[in-house]
Ligand binder design. Structure first.
Ligand code: ADP
Ligand code: MG
Length: 348
């Protein structure tokens, strides 16, 4: 990569995932304990009698969050939850996090205490310890980088890459709400900027706004699957939208899929609020992102057991790769699934 000094490749020609794939090509793991490196929700490390999983997420003010409508306590909670969600996506249990924080002098001690209040609340939810981090200053704004580790029995780890043809595709909870919550917050911010005397109109939108500001990692689903004696055949968490994550899972497993529009779980309030913005709720679910639900596949023999778990929806099945990935819409038309989720390096 250092040979042709005159050649310049623009990052937006690769996009975020293209860049990660490129970096992956430059890296060769040397330690036998590195079971899984780049390419899943978390890395997997062999600790003799169990596996440890390790993941990191970066949140940048102005890119991932807007402090004009995000309370610092919520921001801290979300920053920890998105990491914990990646640990659950490996079927592991989170145990420790570290917190890297860069702030400008725009923030007070009380503000940082609020942020940590949120981080610690998320930790408490799942019995996680905050064991370290790093602190630095920035010329402006705030950057939060959290790493999480977790633990899983060796025969229980679940990757993105192991879905099998005919497996059933499942999602937890409902999708698309966090995106529409963000649209409402952005709309009210614009109205406020134009006329600061107008009070924000958030009436009746609590649920979707909460989904945006206070996501909950689905440790309860991991527990419910375990209790029902179901080991998913593959799994990923939904941070960038169902479409993008399905394509990641299918690409990693070298498979295709069929999902059914009428099976995608969408909360009635999401449907209602989508109307205000003229957004098709299915598009919000497919491309909105930030739901932090789990997308996983199960073997057909686990169908009855999965059906008995509330808040799990079966939305389709895995096919051979040659069949591609498609959505069957409500009028029975098949459309290829495309990722229009969050890609921070492409012009969205
Ligand atoms: P997620 O949405 O689950 O957090 P990402 O899409 O951020 O996953 O990352 C996909 C994979 O790429 C993960 O295995 C992650 O560890 C790896 N990855 C992301 N950014 C980098 C980077 N800058 N260097 C090395 N690996 C990276
Ligand atoms: Mg993930």
């Amino acid at each position: 990569m250092f040979e042709d000094k005159n050649h310049r490749t623009e990052l937006n020609s690769l996009g975020e995932f293209g860049l990660i794939r490129h970096l992956q090509g430059l890296i060769e793991n040397k330690n036998p304990s590195t079971v899984k490196g780049i390419g899943d929700d978390a890395a997997v490390i062999d600790r003799s009698d169990h596996y440890e999983v390790l993941t990191n997420d970066l949140l940048i003010e102005g890119v991932h969050f807007d402090l004009s409508y995000t309370p610092l306590k919520h921001l801290g909670y979300k920053a920890a939850m998105v990491n914990i969600s990646d640990v659950f996506a490996m079927n592991a249990h989170p145990s420790q996090i570290t917190v890297g924080l860069a702030v400008s002098n725009r923030f007070s001690l009380e503000a940082i205490e609020e942020l940590y209040g949120g981080i610690l609340l998320a930790c408490e939810r799942f019995g996680v310890d905050l064991v370290g981090g790093d602190t630095s200053s920035t010329p402006s704004g705030m950057v939060i980088s959290i790493s999480a580790i977790g633990r899983v029995e060796k025969d229980k780890v679940v990757y993105r890459s192991t879905a099998q043809v005919h497996d059933l595709i499942c999602v937890s909870g409902n999708l698309g709400a966090a995106y529409i919550g963000l649209q409402i917050l952005n709309r009210e911010k614009q109205i406020f900027l134009e006329n600061p005397s107008v009070q924000p109109d958030l009436e009746g939108s609590d649920y979707v706004i909460e989904r945006q500001l206070k996501p909950e990692a689905r440790g309860d689903i991991i527990q419910a699957l375990h209790s029902a004696d179901i080991l998913p055949t593959s799994m990923i968490d939904i941070s960038d939208g169902l479409a993008s994550e399905l394509l990641h899972l299918c690409a990693a497993s070298d498979k295709g899929c069929r999902i059914y529009e009428d099976k995608i779980p969408i909360d009635p309030l999401t449907v209602l609020k989508c109307e205000d913005f003229n957004i098709n709720p299915t598009i919000s679910a497919l491309s909105g992102g930030e739901d932090y639900e789990l997308l996983f596949t199960i073997s057909q023999s686990d169908f009855e057991k999965a059906k008995a778990i509330p808040s799990i929806s079966i939305i389709g099945h895995i096919t051979e790769a040659s069949a591609g990935s498609a959505l069957i819409d409500k009028s029975d038309h098949e459309t290829p699934i495309r990722a229009q989720g969050w890609d921070s390096m492409k012009d969205n």
